[in-house]
Design a protein around this ligand. Sequence first.
Ligand code: SF4
Length: 274
Amino acid sequence: MMEVLKTRHIGFCFGVRRAIDMVMAEAEKEKGRIYTLGPIIHNPQMVEMLKEKGIIPIEDLREVREGTVVFRTHGIKKEEEEYIREKGLNFIDATCPFVKRVRKKAMFLEKNRYKVVIVGDREHPEVKSVLSYLHNNGIVLEKPTPIKAKKVGVVSQTTHGRESFFNIVSRLVEEVEELRVYNTICESTETRQKEAASLASMVDIMLIIGGKNSSNTTKLYETVKRENCKAYHIETEAEIDPEWFKGVNKIGITGGTSTPDHILDSVERFVKKL
Ligand code: SF4
């Protein structure tokens, strides 16, 4: 019989739970449709469930004539926020306070004449949001890269990997005259990465559960792979191939900050029956 072990911190983080609670409370008021600019969280199954409650992801704000717009956990762009306010649309700001902290620190650095470096994925909505609040003074680094500037201020995408963040910062220390660094990696992300690495060293195989579009889930998968542990990133148990578990005694399970409990429970039940 296989033993199934889970990380202590698993499933929704504070910011995601808060955002889901906010939209659900709004949906109960039944005051018309609720729109989120892009998916409110990076979990396709949860987004589908919310659609059934009238919470619809949209790509373009011009689609909204009535109802309420929700600022998703990763934040929206400055110009989008301005549009919503100018048009007088109802809105709920469900941006995670830790994401707002990144924005605040970046704006502080810009005000104090630092060239602002955001360590993260330039395609991620959080990074795009933070960048939009700077006046062409921000750059995004995904790996150690030389920079031409005397004063550099650094923040990190909340879900960025610790190791990569420290590598980029160490390279900058060698190059610039003045460096100011705010480690804005979210504690939930850091804790989950540490716990995933530690569990990976104790088991034969790890299942990382969460959206394929979820940055923090992908980072968990990469963390576990660095521990040389056999690992699979899945969204639901439908992707599991029982062949993976041949000769396996211990399975480790972890999930991203946007993975709902019901999916985690269902994967756990599934593997326990194998
Ligand atoms: S991972 Fe951290 S920053 Fe991102 S939503 Fe959760 S609590 Fe907020």
